[in-house]
Design a protein around this ligand. Structure first.
Ligand SMILES: [Zn+2]
Ligand SMILES: [Zn+2]
Length: 450
């Protein structure tokens, strides 16, 4: 075979030419002539299986034509531009083979560029992934099972184990002063400034409960704080005059008992998780300190009635004003209430609630955390489990929005955790006897030495 006039590039490209019988599926090739008689390639006479780039050709000539187009190098015939292309000699002259391709009608505009081929491959891959049924891995199922089990044994939505607490005192200080401030007259007998809560019969004066206002729509429509600004003002003057007296934040003792009760359960929940127990004691404490407030709010959200704005904790119900009477301030309570509405509106299933509790718990960036990457991986895997769960269990059309929305809720709580700690310390300054050591320990920033 005389091939003296060919360039190194031509020789090299010829060697690879027929090796890569292209596996890629181009849809621009027409119908495949399957059940028909075997047919011959219009270029070289080899067996043709279908139409490629508008002509009936073999796989070899199909690949050759595409490469020739993509390479766009000038081809030169070493002979007389009259080579007869056959199956056996088709590799000896690229120029004449290409010419023959064009002569039988192969069209270069039907060849996709390499970029298009790549894009198309990605498209196909993505489509396969989307079409494949999403399924939870067995390990993810186990994770969810463990979380559910731990959650159910440490959270009782009926609050039936919550007992022996100091009663909820919904009487507010300085009623006469409140009335003098020119606001709506306040009726001490109802005890609830916005009439938006019901009270526990066993824990309060029978004359005061329940204030059946959960049925009043006005409670949830207007800002729950609008009628409470007077209390903040009162509390401020009260600080100056009455620091040291136990009567400023009347709901505080009860709410602190409730908080202590919740914290104990959250510790038990965390301890029930294998991954949590496998961490060092120091990191366990750091994670708990960081997440307790958040998990508490996620749990409260499960009993939050979005229509009334009331937390229905079994035999007791709470409204946001109870937190006001415990000394918490708008800066925390306003976003907190908004958070509860937002999260509740997502109508989460129990599995989703436990997964976000666990994601909050395993936050690698809590102060004092040592095994950062271990915890990071745990959280990542929980996030993936949550995402997969949503993908396979949810059917609502906007389900793809749920995961980002949950992440936004978790982020939102971060800010509130900070504010909560700050306000607890302020409250403790004013009414030190009512804040339990456990709560102080949880919100304290310094790493525990236990
Ligand atoms: Zn051919
Ligand atoms: Zn030739």
């Amino acid at each position: 075979m005389a091939n003296g006039a060919q360039t190194v590039h031509e020789v090299l490209s010829r060697q690879t030419e027929d090796e890569d019988e292209e596996e890629d599926e181009e849809d621009d090739e027409g119908k495949v002539t399957e059940d028909e008689e075997p047919r011959a390639c219009g270029v070289c006479g080899d067996l043709a299986k279908g139409y490629h780039f508008n002509a009936l050709t073999c796989e070899g000539c199909k690949g050759f034509f595409r490469r020739a187009i993509q390479r766009s190098t000038q081809l030169r015939c070493p002979f007389l531009n009259k080579c007869i292309i056959t199956k056996n000699n088709r590799r000896s002259c690229q120029a004449c083979r290409f010419h023959k391709c064009q002569a039988i009608g192969m069209r270069k505009e039907m060849v996709m560029s390499e970029k298009e081929v790549l894009e198309r491959r990605i498209r196909i891959k993505r489509k396969r992934m989307l079409d494949a049924p999403v399924e939870l891995l067995s390990q993810q199922k186990e994770t969810i099972e463990e979380l559910l089990c731990g959650h159910r044994s440490t959270f009782d939505a009926a609050f039936s184990r919550f007992s022996g607490f100091r009663p909820m005192d919904r009487v507010v200080v300085s009623v006469s002063e409140y009335n003098q401030s020119g606001r709506e007259p306040f009726h001490p007998l109802t005890n609830c400034p916005t009439n938006s809560c019901t009270t526990n019969k066993s824990a309060t004066d029978p004359g005061t409960s329940p204030c059946a206002c959960s049925l009043l729509s006005s409670c949830s429509s207007s800002s729950p704080f609008s009628s409470l600004y007077g209390f903040f003002e009162k509390q401020d003057t009260q600080h100056v005059n009455d620091v040291g007296k136990n009567s400023v934040f009347t709901a505080l003792p009860h709410l602190m008992d409730l908080t202590t009760y919740m914290i104990q359960d959250i510790i038990s929940f965390s301890k029930s998780l294998r991954d949590f127990r496998s961490l060092t004691m120091e990191d366990q404490i750091s994670l708990l300190k960081g997440a307790t407030f958040e998990i508490m709010q996620i749990r409260f959200n499960m009993v939050f009635n979005i229509n009334t704005g009331i937390w229905e904790c079994g035999h007791i119900t709470y409204c946001i004003d109870d937190a006001v009477r415990a000394g918490f301030q708008q800066l925390l309570l306003e976003p907190l209430l908004k958070f509860h509405h937002t999260l509740r509106k997502l109508d989460l299933q129990e599995e989703e609630y436990v997964l976000i509790q666990a994601m909050s718990l395993f936050s690698p960036d809590r102060p004092g955390v040592q095994q950062h990457s271990v915890i990071d991986e745990l959280q990542e895997s929980l996030a993936l489990t949550l995402k997969t769960w949503i993908d396979c269990k949810r059917t609502d059309p906007d389900k793809h929005l749920l995961f980002p929305r949950l992440i936004a809720c978790l982020t939102e709580m971060r800010t509130m955790t900070e504010e909560y700690s700050k306000q607890i310390l302020q409250i403790q300054d004013i009414q030190p006897d009512d804040v339990s050591p456990l709560i102080i320990e949880v919100i304290s920033k310094c790493p525990s030495n236990k």
